[in-house]
Write a protein that binds this ligand. Sequence first.
Ligand SMILES: [Fe+2]
Length: 279
Amino acid sequence: MIRTAGLIAGHYECRSFDETIPILTDILALEVLTNSDSEKVLKHPNTAWRLIAHQGGANAPDKPLRNHYGVRVATNAEVDRAFEYLESKKKEYRIKIIKPKEYHNAYSVHFYEPGGNFWEIESYENAVKLSMGKTTDPHWKELLTQDRFPGRGYIPQALTHGTIEVDDLEATQVFYQQGLGLEVVQLWPSSIYLKHPLSPWYIVNLRVPKENRVYIGKWQRFTLSVESGEDVKQAHEELKASARQFGIDQLEDVREDSQQASFLFCDLNRNWWEIASLQ
Ligand SMILES: [Fe+2]
């Protein structure tokens, strides 16, 4: 089993930074930490993991609604105000909005941004009242205040989750727990929530029949950290040895530069992951 230090990043492919980054900062309260021509590293002020955006150009594919990221607000009323703000920005940003709805004690609004991606702004106000547990407990120690995100009527308090499609929940759970040493929470029959034991953010794994699967590429991967470059090599050896057991689809070579060692692999569901040393 790999000893991971954290779930440190989710990746995000858009078509054009100029088009998508203003949406992520204005609507979702993400902040740009570092810039380069090929990627932009974003972070929510109340959440430690990063969102690493890649510019895929005009032909970057549309990702399905079942592969989205989500931020969380503190109250259901803020979801309605977020919907109003989205409506007011619809033309400027060329976004498409799905009206707010309640599902599994979450009240949320989804929207599509023209970079090819869906987002969710959600409230777990009711889930918190019902004490549903780990994934729905507040993801923040302190609430951000209006001055950090003024004028919208709502405040995204955390970047809480990503979602991916999987084929077989049981086999996936075995791989996550025994192969990657991660935590799995199951609240509903058709999904599992994957998280690192040390952090509250999570990845919802939705079971989808094979004929309906939409396969996403490396630019939508998630990054797990290990302590050192040596640990990256060790993790690579372990995955190579257990590839058959866990149905690993592809395992790329370790790459090293002066700052970091890392490698990519594609799992039993053909979803992509990265194992990287802490920088
Ligand atoms: Fe979601």
